[in-house]
Write a protein that binds this ligand. Structure first.
Ligand SMILES: C[S@@+](CC[C@H](N)C(=O)[O-])C[C@H]1O[C@@H](n2cnc3c(N)ncnc32)[C@H](O)[C@@H]1O
Length: 271
């Protein structure tokens, strides 16, 4: 059982991780899940949408472009700043707010659709997350969630990073469980009448493995923070293991870096 102090420490760390780097660039790697969630859950003009852990707003942007009235939220103030600049520049109907997925500052049933992509999976208390996401959706509404699968490319990078990091350096040691269909079903079970899951795949395509590393070093907050805080030999071992994974999963034959990135799409219908 984690203590309240540990929970607060993890959330402080999470905010630090996602403040660093260039999330506007990194979000190009998560974009594909946004239209998939919108399509799977159904969003149209006037749909009231909440995006939880919105980052710089991929799902929020996708929903607003479909005509929805959107509230986007994230634990990290820097992400809220990036996202609101993005949606203002696009003149989209999105209101931004700082919020924790475990304690959403909204009344029961306020939204038609609640989404979270690669975000609420990192909150330390998964049962609270499932309950909060379902609480703020109206009767008959839908919660859509996207989570890296533990054996997939991103899920494996997360486990390698966790293995090399001190426990409190991890955002949530059990994040990978959210990518397992049976566990996701069990977590939403008490709050939903029907839960569908599907493994989907994004494809990353870079000029080379080195180009992908350069992209990550520039954009990915957690990797940048790891370089600042972990001992040099720990970082070296971690990077070497991740690099092996890149070579092993690369399906390009011509020097490019092309990799499949699996995630679990969850659609939970609230009674
Ligand atoms: C990998 S990013 C994903 C962002 C975006 N949804 C996307 O698809 O690109 C993870 C985000 O989750 C947010 N996050 C982590 N823990 C959270 C929590 N407990 N409540 C809300 N947001 C959280 C982080 O601040 C970060 O912006």
């Amino acid at each position: 059982v984690i203590t309240e102090d540990e929970v607060q420490a993890m959330k402080g760390l999470t905010q630090g991780l996602w403040t660093q780097g260039d999330y506007d660039e990194f979000a190009k790697l998560t974009w594909g899940a946004a239209p998939a969630l919108i399509e799977a859950c159904g969003v149209g003009p006037g749909t009231k949408v909440l995006d939880v852990g919105a980052g710089n707003g991929n799902v929020a942007v996708c929903a607003a472009r479909a005509g929805a009235s959107v509230v986007a939220s994230d634990l990290t103030p820097a992400q809220v700043a990036r996202g609101s600049a993005r949606t203002q520049a696009e003149k989209l109907d999105v209101e931004w707010i700082e919020a924790d997925a475990e304690d959403l500052p909204f009344t029961d049933g306020r939204f038609d659709r609640v989404f979270t992509a690669f975000s609420a999976m990192y909150a330390p208390r998964p049962e609270r997350v499932a309950s909060e996401l379902c609480r703020v959706v109206r009767d008959g509404g839908v919660v859509g969630m996207a989570n890296w699968t533990p054996e997939g490319f991103l899920g494996t990078i997360n486990s390698i990073s966790e293995k090399h990091s001190p426990p409190l350096f991890n955002e949530a040691p059990t994040a990978g469980d959210w990518g397992i269909p049976e566990i996701a079903q069990a977590r939403f079970g008490p709050h939903a009448k029907r839960i569908r899951t599907e493994i989907k795949t994004l494809v990353y395509n870079f000029d080379s493995v080195e180009a992908f590393w350069a992209f990550l070093r520039k954009t990915h907050g957690p990797l940048i923070v790891a370089h600042e805080y972990l001992e040099a030999d720990v970082i070296r071992a971690m990077v070497a293991e991740i690099d092996e994974l890149f070579v092993e999963r690369n399906r390009s034959q011509d020097g490019r870096f092309v990799v499949d990135v699996d995630y679990l799409l969850i659609v939970a219908e609230v009674p």
